[in-house]
Unconditional design. Structure first.
Length: 157
């Protein structure tokens, strides 16, 4: 399934972006994975919107292209097939449910552990979809699964 796209863009690439595939190819497949500048990126189509994010789950490298898409607390998430972590498609935040044991009965509340998965920009130009990698500085946990383009590289001891 990877690198299966043999088409080429009909439109010029927006600045610093990379061609992924034709819109209708992605819509038909639902999801495509592609190496973008050495980074493994998942591009998916859901309810008329294209999303792009690191392909491997920040938690333990699960393959997000096999995850279900569901809404939690009004936010669209991809659910990692490995340990069911819920990652928002818009921001890459990990959502989880917390309970206050003093509450009787305890009512679970949705909270966020913050941005854990690097989310990229999917850009539509006419019939094509491009991705602009998110080069926000600092480490985002999913960077650990990418050997290229590691933002905020730290001195490892
Ligand atoms: Fe994704 Fe563990 S690898 S939840």
């Amino acid at each position: 399934s990877d690198e299966s796209s043999s088409s080429s863009p009909a439109s010029p690439a927006p600045p610093s972006s990379h061609f992924i595939a034709k819109k209708d190819e992605i819509i038909r497949a639902g999801r495509v994975t592609k190496l973008v500048n050495g980074r493994e990126v998942l591009v998916l189509h859901h309810d008329g919107v294209f999303h792009a994010l690191d392909m491997r789950c920040y938690h333990s490298g699960g393959l997000l292209q096999y995850g279900d898409i569901e809404e939690f607390n009004g936010r669209l998430c991809i659910v990692c097939p490995w340990h069911k972590y819920k990652i928002t498609l818009a921001e890459g935040e990990n959502l989880y449910q917390a309970v206050d044991p003093k509450e009787k009965p305890p009512k679970p509340k949705w909270l966020s552990k913050g941005v854990k998965q690097r989310v990229h920009r999917a850009i539509e130009v006419e019939e094509d979809v491009f991705v602009r990698l998110n080069d926000a500085p600092g480490r985002i946990e999913s960077d650990a699964y990418q050997t290229q383009h590691r933002a905020g590289k730290s001195q490892e001891k």
